[in-house]
Design a protein around this ligand. Structure first.
Ligand SMILES: Nc1ncnc2c1ncn2[C@@H]1O[C@H](COP(=O)(O)OP(=O)(O)OP(=O)(O)O)[C@@H](O)[C@H]1O
Ligand SMILES: [Mg+2]
Length: 293
């Protein structure tokens, strides 16, 4: 056991704690994917939601698929903390898939490796009730590319979709389509974030259609960065009848306070600021949907 390096020591302790965590408590377990166009506010939303759920005594596993790896820092981890996504960990990829990245054409690739150790080995403890997995993003090199990284990522999502006893929040820009059936198996809600603009909403509508096609039962829209009611009314006109396709529509205000502390949202949690107040109102609705059978 590595005793000298405090960070390794902490990771080791986290791994031991995670191994002993019980995964059979269905009451407090649901899974949600958060998606939307680049820059609309997915990571901010995911991290505030993770913190608010943790305060309600849920065990939260936050999953970062963002190519930029923003979620750890948004959750308040030190900005100089180096993090290698599990799907970029060359040794782990080889151990699980039998091939190193770039080697695929010559190697036999295991497509469904057992990755049940991924959280224990790579989980990062954020708080007592929050763990984080940084998955890494889908490789876009070739359409449907059978590279070891994607095979691993696919297995991680499949594994995560089956975990019990915790709320799983997956922050992804890739959209639901990349994870296919694996997501639909365990994920009950998609929260699609949009800004009140035509372009962002086109992406949101597309994600909503794909979520439904996959079989994710509840699809919500969050209209983020809304500056005033005129702007929201204009957005509603642009969106028209398509808004009826969402189970819930939430509106979150544009809030300068977020920009002051970004990327870290933790200093805002106990402040009386409009974004946090609005988030506190929507948490219970998302929990209610999560608890539906
Ligand atoms: N309601 C808001 N009011 C003001 N600024 C916001 C709001 N929500 C998010 N932001 C800011 O917008 C920027 C993008 O937010 P965030 O990183 O959460 O988006 P994202 O969708 O995760 O982006 P990416 O696609 O790059 O991962 C950040 O600077 C964030 O602080
Ligand atoms: Mg992000």
């Amino acid at each position: 056991m590595p005793k000298k390096d405090p960070r390794k020591q902490k990771l080791y302790e986290t791994a031991e704690q995670l191994k002993s965590r019980k995964h059979n408590d269905n009451k407090n377990s649901f899974r949600m994917v958060i998606t939307g166009k680049g820059g609309v506010g997915k990571t901010t939303f995911t991290s505030v939601l993770a913190k608010l759920l943790a305060r309600k005594d849920f065990n939260v596993l936050a999953v970062d698929e963002d190519p930029q790896i923003n979620l750890p820092y948004s959750l308040g981890l030190p900005q100089d903390m180096e993090i290698t996504p599990s799907s970029r960990n060359v040794d782990y990829i080889e151990e699980k898939t039998g091939a190193r990245p770039g080697e695929v054409w010559g190697a036999m690739l295991r497509l469904n490796p057992d990755v049940s150790d991924v959280v224990a080995r790579f989980g990062i403890k954020v708080d007592d009730n929050i763990d984080l997995i940084v998955m890494g993003s889908v490789m876009q090199a070739a359409a449907g590319c059978l590279c070891p990284e994607n095979a691993l990522l696919d297995s991680i999502v499949k594994f995560i979709a089956l975990r019990e006893g915790e709320v799983i929040l997956m922050d992804t820009q890739a959209g639901v389509e990349h994870f296919g059936r694996a997501l639909a198996k365990g994920f009950k809600q998609t929260v699609i974030i949009t800004e009140p603009t035509f372009n962002a909403y086109q992406v949101a509508k597309h994600s909503a259609v794909l979520s439904r096609q996959l079989g994710i039962p509840y699809v919500h829209l969050v209209v983020n960065k809304v500056k005033n009611s005129e702007q929201y009314e204009k957005f509603k006109k642009v969106a028209g009848d398509s808004l009826e396709d969402f189970n819930e529509i939430f509106v979150l205000p544009y809030d300068e306070n977020i920009l002051e502390t970004e990327p870290d949202i933790t200093p805002l949690l106990d402040k009386d600021v409009s974004y946090i107040n609005a988030m506190k109102k929507l948490v219970n609705t998302l929990v209610d949907y999560g608890m539906r059978s």
